[in-house]
Design a protein around this ligand. Sequence first.
Ligand SMILES: Cc1ncc(COP(=O)(O)O)c(C=O)c1O
Length: 335
Amino acid sequence: MATPKKSTRRTIDRSRLQALMSREEEKFVTERPLSAALYARAQKSLLGGVPMNWMKKWAGKFPVFVAEAHGAHFQDVDGHDYVDLCLGDTGAMTGHSPSPAATAIARQVNHGITLMLPTEDAARVGEELTRRFGLPYWQFTLTATDANRFAIRIAREITQRQKILVFNYCYHGTVDETYISLHNGVPGPRRGNIGPPINPVETTRVVEFNDLAALERELAHSDVACILAEPVLTNVGIVHPEPGYWEKAAALARKFGTLLIIDETHTICTGPGGYTRAHGLKPDLFVIGKPIASGVPAATYGCTGDVAQKPRAASSWKIATLAESEALSQATRFR
Ligand SMILES: Cc1ncc(COP(=O)(O)O)c(C=O)c1O
C-alpha cells in the first residue's frame, strides 16, 4: 500500500497576520490625525459620527473625511489622494464634478434653486429622456427610491392589485415592499431590515432571478400589480439575465396582466440609453436615479403612452399631486 503523500499546503501564520493587521491599523490612524479629530467631533452632532450610518462600514478605525473630489479621485482632509472605487454606486458614477455639469449647476444656482413651478429646462430634459429611453412621459423625484415608490403606486392603481414582485436580494432603495428574501425557498423579511411596517409577504412575491418557472408560478396568482426589477441584478454581485430571459419574462408579465418596471439606476452604465435601449427591453414604467444629475440628488420615472392613458393612471397622477400638496401644507404650517 502506497504511503500517503505529505501535504505541501502551508498553514497561515495567524499571529503574523494579526501583527500585520495591527501595524496597518496603527499606520492608518497616525497618518490621518485630522480625520480622527473630525470623527471625534462629529460624534456629538451626528448619529454614529457620520451623516449616513453605512459610512461607518469603513475598514479602518474611522472613515476618512473628504476635502475634495474630482474625476475618479478624492483627497482626504489629511492630504492623501485616493482612487474612488465607490463611484459606480453613487450619483458620481460619471466622475466627481464633471466640468460641463459643474458649470451648468453653478450658473443655475444664481437663478433659483427650487421652485413649485416648471421651467423650460424641465421640458427640455423630458424630451431628452424620451430620446434616450424611448418612453414618452416623465416625472421627477429626488431619489430613485421615491421614483420606484411612485411607479409602484401607479401600477397598483392601474391594475387594482395589491402585490408587487421582486427578485431575491434585489435592491431598489428603501422601498419597504422590497425588503423580502427567500430563506430555503420560503419568503420572509430580509435579514437586518430595521423597523419593517409589516411582514413583506403581505405585499410582495419574491423569486430567484432567471427562474422563469418560479416567475410564472407567482404571476399566475393574478394579484401582482408589477414586477420591479433591475435588468441585471447589481446589488448582489452582478447577475446577468440568461439569454432570452427578459423576452420571456416580459411575455409572462403581459400574459398575467402585470406591469413591468425597469430600474436602471445602476445599469445605466450599459450606455446612454441604459440596458433597456441596448437590449430592446419594453418596460411599462422606467426608473432611473443617482448619476442622472452628476451627483445632485435627482431621479425620474417614465411611462408608456398606454400607461399614461389608462383611465386609472390619471387618478394616479392626481394621487401624486395630492401627496405633494399635503407636504406643502405641512411645510407652510411650520413656517
Ligand atoms: C437599483 C437601485 N435602485 C434604487 C436605488 C436607490 O437610490 P436612492 O438612494 O437615490 O434612493 C439604488 C441605490 O443604490 C439602486 O442600486
